[in-house]
Design a protein around this ligand. Structure first.
Ligand SMILES: [Cu+2]
Length: 149
């Protein structure tokens, strides 16, 4: 009986170890785990804005720390009173080397879509986000720069 209990306990330890290995985590060079960074960016005919309504642009970049998992959620931010309220945006995040990821189309019925990447992966130090649709305000949706620091 004792032998069986011991074997059972060993089995549990192995399971716990396997679960720990399977847990997703991003570690830096020193083995420290970094928490993922969640950022929300509002998209409207006027451009890209942070959650407080401050615009991003050529002088205001989005900075993300290297080796961090970055989740950028693009949020449909058109005013109901605007002509663009019935419009659709779709955002691509693109790195210098051609790597890119697209959101799903953002509109009234699908207001949020998230793009995720590991900042600095494969030497990518800068990304640019822009709308790929022929939308109202497209000239203001060309220049969200994401810089890895
Ligand atoms: Cu657009």
């Amino acid at each position: 009986m004792k032998g069986i209990m011991k074997r059972f306990a060993t089995g549990l330890t192995t399971l716990a170890f396997a679960a720990a290995l399977a847990a997703p985590a991003v570690s830096d060079a020193n083995g420290h785990e970094k928490a993922p960074l969640d950022i929300k960016v509002r998209v409207s005919e006027k451009g890209f804005f942070d959650e407080k309504g401050k615009p991003y642009g050529g002088k205001r970049l989005l900075q993300v720390p290297k080796d961090t998992m970055v989740n950028i959620t693009f949020v449909f931010g058109e005013d109901l009173t605007s002509l663009a309220a019935g419009d659709t945006h779709q955002i691509t995040v693109r790195a210098e080397d051609g790597w890119k990821q697209e959101t799903s189309p953002l509109w009234m019925m699908n207001r949020e879509s998230t793009v995720s990447f590991l900042a600095g992966e494969k030497g990518r130090m800068q990304y640019r986000a822009y709308c790929i649709l022929d939308c109202i305000g497209m000239e203001h949706l060309t220049n969200l720069f994401i810089q890895v620091v």
